[in-house]
Design a protein around this ligand. Structure first.
Ligand SMILES: [Zn+2]
Length: 294
């Protein structure tokens, strides 16, 4: 599958945050959670397109899924697992961790995991916080994850951003708790002019030309010699999704730009670098041992 020039490079983490077009953080002020079950469900068709894309490219990845979605789509959850991908948790209904508090977070995690494991018939060992919302405001979050037996989390964006970010966090995998094996694998950042910026997906990948992402992931793989972590969403490959008219202009611009070219860019990205599941990436990172001490 991969050319020999790739063979010495790290295997990156490929991930999908499984939430529908009406569940994104940018629209939460204008779409009430109570209305979700009345809105057009696009998750099944979009995830099937992603499964085809991954199968065509011969890659496996991780699907961080909302419990709310898993409960409604058990057959899809089983298809994801049957095709060799990892099923993991993205929380219950996309409430950000810093809004939940420690007890609320524990409840959210447990409820989501039960729904996902029931639907998928597979164990969940990984977690990604909605909108990368584990940050300086949530010092209890990793303890809760460790208590519930998670092997890894990929919930930190080690940057300053208008919606999220924890700029002091390490750029690469670290052990956030002394005496625990829990590993945090932050989403990828690249360095430019001495500054970090988010380069693992989102608007950086979809809105900017593909060459920026190629440059950023090469920097991480070849200069830093570390694996990258990339994420995208099912709605990002769906140009026909319903439009949210009353959302802020900035959110609409960010959400709807380049939906039509996303699948092609993904194919290019997947073909050009090495990719795999996040749980397997966590095992390889854990083998780095003491180097991971935060
Ligand atoms: Zn999300």
């Amino acid at each position: 599958m991969h050319s020999p020039m790739h063979s010495g490079e790290p295997i990156n983490g490929l991930s999908v945050d499984v939430e529908d077009w009406f569940q994104v953080g940018a629209f939460e002020q204008v779409i009430d959670r109570d209305s979700w079950s009345t809105l057009a469900d696009r998750i099944e068709r979009n995830c099937d397109a992603i499964l085809r894309l991954f199968a065509d490219a011969g890659v496996k990845g991780t699907f961080f899924t909302l419990g709310w979605v898993a409960e409604r789509h058990p057959a899809l959850m089983r298809r994801i697992v049957a095709e060799g991908h990892e099923i993991a948790s993205h929380g219950w209904d996309h409430e950000r961790v810093f809004r939940l508090g420690a007890k609320g977070f524990a409840d959210d995690l447990a409820r989501a995991r039960a729904a996902i494991e029931d639907a998928a018939g597979a164990a969940v060992t990984g977690y990604r916080a909605p909108s990368f919302s584990i940050d300086a405001r949530t010092p209890w979050a990793f303890e809760v994850l460790a208590e519930q037996g998670y092997a890894y989390s990929s919930s930190v964006a080690p940057i300053a951003h208008d919606h999220y970010g924890w700029r002091e966090a390490p750029r690469f995998a670290f052990r956030p708790l002394p005496g625990s094996d829990l590993i945090e694998i932050p989403v990828t950042t690249a360095m430019f002019a001495g500054r970090r910026f988010g380069a693992g997906g989102g608007g950086f990948f979809r809105v900017l030309p593909y060459g920026f992402s190629r440059w950023a992931i090469r920097q991480v793989n070849q200069r830093d010699r570390r694996p990258a972590v990339f994420y995208f969403h099912p709605w990002e490959i769906d140009p026909e999704q319903p439009r949210v008219a009353d959302a802020p202009m900035r959110s609409r611009l960010r959400h709807y730009t380049n939906l039509g070219v996303m699948a092609g860019k993904l194919r290019q990205l997947i073909g050009e670098f090495r990719w795999g599941r996040m749980d397997e990436l966590a095992v390889r990172e854990a083998a780095r041992g003491a180097a991971l001490a935060a």
